[in-house]
Design a binder for this molecule. Structure first.
Ligand SMILES: NC(=O)C1=CN([C@@H]2O[C@H](COP(=O)(O)OP(=O)(O)OC[C@H]3O[C@@H](n4cnc5c(N)ncnc54)[C@H](O)[C@@H]3O)[C@@H](O)[C@H]2O)C=CC1
Ligand SMILES: O=C(O)[C@@H]1CCC=N1
Length: 267
């Protein structure tokens, strides 16, 4: 079995590590590079995985997953580039960082794949979009898809779409949690106990998501099925339109896309 290193084991790095272990990857075939020593100890205890210096991980692994913040990417690449060699695969999960940015900083012939994952990978319901760099073979792309496929669905997209994807599925869970928080808070305002409001909102979310996935019916049709003439839903939706919620989502996602574009420039 090939060796896989994860450099940067924060929220997303641990999500990936735990998913790979759940999917049956042997811990002996995994390695972690993590700067914070306390965090490294925590992961060693939790998973029995070897936490080693970045250069050791990068030298030993066939596939190196880069899961540090975009702002730390240049430093990590400068550290590991001297030990990388052609034939290895780098899989970057960092928002905004292009395959070109990475290819410029590593030896020629190292394959690069850019991925935008999301946190529902923690419950094996992730959505990841992968794009090949310029020296990437079908086998490299398939390996990246297999790694990400162990924690959810994977689609292949042209790299120029990555910033938009980041704004939708990468950041998307945060918008959904924000809506959930808002609905629970509103339920409390309407006089419900917080626990009841929370149960009602979460099951409504799960049920609605399942309907979307299992029926394949367009969301507009599903919304219309809930909206009786002169009924309660119509009154609620009128308020959402008056408060320009649709326009707010468009502006929010444009802002996320623009921020993703800016991250590669180091800002
Ligand atoms: N959290 C999320 O929802 C998503 C995150 N991402 C991407 O994943 C990457 C990581 O994000 P998070 O896990 O949320 O951040 P995080 O801050 O939780 O984790 C980053 C980890 O990298 C470690 N680190 C920093 N410099 C290092 C170095 N030189 N060597 C070894 N380890 C180092 C930090 O100590 C930290 O544990 C980012 O590039 C982000 O754009 C992508 C999609 C979703
Ligand atoms: O907020 C961020 O920059 C990262 C990328 C997508 C989700 N979280």
């Amino acid at each position: 079995m090939s060796q896989t290193a994860i450099i940067g084991a924060g929220v997303m790095g641990e999500t990936l590590l735990s998913g790979l272990v759940r999917a049956g990857r042997r811990v002996d075939d995994l390695m972690v590079g993590e700067k914070r020593s306390e965090r490294a100890r925590e992961l060693e205890e939790r998973y029995g995985v070897a936490v080693v210096p970045n250069v050791e991980a990068a030298a030993a692994a066939d596939t190196v997953m880069l899961v540090v913040k975009p702002q730390d990417m240049a430093d990590v690449l400068a550290e590991v580039a001297p030990v990388l060699r052609p034939g290895q695969l780098l899989v970057s999960l960092a928002a905004g960082i292009t395959t070109g940015f990475i290819e410029q900083r590593v030896p020629e012939g190292v394959a690069v794949v850019r991925v935008m994952p999301n946190t529902p990978a923690l419950v094996d319901e992730g959505m990841a979009a992968v794009s090949p760099g310029s020296h990437c073979s079908e086998a490299d792309l398939a390996e990246a898809e297999s790694l990400m496929g162990s924690v959810g669905r994977v689609v292949r997209i042209p790299e120029r779409q990555q910033d938009a994807v980041t704004a939708i599925s990468g950041s998307g869970p945060a918008y959904i949690f924000f809506v959930v928080e808002s609905m629970i808070e509103a339920g409390v305002h309407l006089g419900l106990p917080r626990a009841t409001a929370s149960d009602l909102v979460i099951q409504t979310l799960v049920g609605s998501a399942k309907m979307l996935r299992e029926t394949g019916t367009h969301p507009t049709v599903l919304r219309e099925q809930v909206t009786s003439p002169a009924g309660t839903t119509a009154s609620a939706l009128r308020e959402l339109e008056i408060h320009r919620v649709r326009a707010a989502f468009l502006a929010a996602m444009e802002a996320a896309r623009d921020r993703s574009r800016a991250l590669a420039e180091g800002s």
